[in-house]
Design a protein around this ligand. Structure first.
Ligand code: ADE
Length: 248
């Protein structure tokens, strides 16, 4: 899977993404992260890409033209990288904005099926609306707070999406049984020693009885979700018996 990030701060993406699990996935060639500097498409010798907002107001707005040119360059670059250029379909363009749909695991799963994704990062007061109307297919927010730019949100998406791409995690099943699977939070985890400062690991986990362990973990998931994120339970995949257990 190939991520293409349109940004004014490519180094912010590059330094973060080349470490840890995503760095290894890039080395292995399972994902790639390519950055395009919007400033390279400025139409003036000062390389300025922002200007005052029409109608007045605080801050600066990124101009439509450099964004549109960067996009055209990028789409052409992606097309040329394909064996079959006749059936080329333009990739989805995700604009990171606090005005977007709030990102979640289902959206990550959906996006992980794309071959190419373009992530557009804004700064200042935003980007000229006209170019957004022309190129953006999805507006995504990472939460109800305002950041200084779209780079950290883009990194959040790349991280969450790439760990769902087959081969990125060592143990492929580890993305299967985790938090948000079935809309439940994950059960608590323990490792050695058996007793830490007087606190014992739950006895059932030492029993070697797989069915009992499964049952215990499922119950812990449900209790934890009920206590911490009751809003998730509405769409959780619970049996009649489990729903009854919660109403007790
Ligand atoms: N840009 C600024 N704030 C943001 C947020 N919360 N989510 C996505 N993009 C943003």
């Amino acid at each position: 899977m190939n991520f293409h990030v349109m940004t004014l701060f490519p180094e912010m993406i590059e330094t973060a993404i080349n470490t840890s699990i995503t760095g290894r996935a890039i080395e292995k060639g399972i994902i790639s992260v390519n950055t395009v500097n919007i400033r390279d498409f400025a139409n003036n010798k000062h390389n300025r890409v922002d200007d005052y907002p029409y109608g007045g107001g605080a801050g600066m707005v990124i101009q439509a033209e450099p964004v549109y040119k960067a996009y055209g360059y990028l789409v052409n670059h992606i097309k040329l990288s394909k064996q079959d250029q006749t059936n080329f379909k333009k990739p989805r363009v995700i604009y990171l904005t606090p005005q977007g749909r709030i990102f979640n695991q289902n959206m990550a799963r959906d996006l992980s099926r794309e071959e190419d994704l373009i992530l557009l990062c804004g700064h200042y007061e935003g980007i000229d609306e006209r170019v957004l109307e022309m190129i953006v297919t999805d507006n995504i927010s990472i939460g109800d707070y305002v950041l200084t730019g779209g780079e950290l949100p883009a990194l959040v998406l790349i991280d969450a999406i790439s760990r769902l791409v087959p081969g990125v995690l060592n143990n492929e099943t580890s993305a299967e049984f985790e938090t948000f699977k079935d809309n439940l939070l994950e059960y608590p985890q323990y490792t050695r020693p058996e007793v830490f400062m007087g606190r014992r690991v739950p006895e059932v986990l030492l029993s070697g009885h797989h069915a009992k362990i499964e049952e215990y973990r499922r119950k812990q998931s449900i209790i934890r979700t009920y206590e911490r994120r009751p809003d998730l339970l509405e769409n959780a995949n619970l049996t009649e018996e489990e729903r009854e257990f919660l109403t007790r």
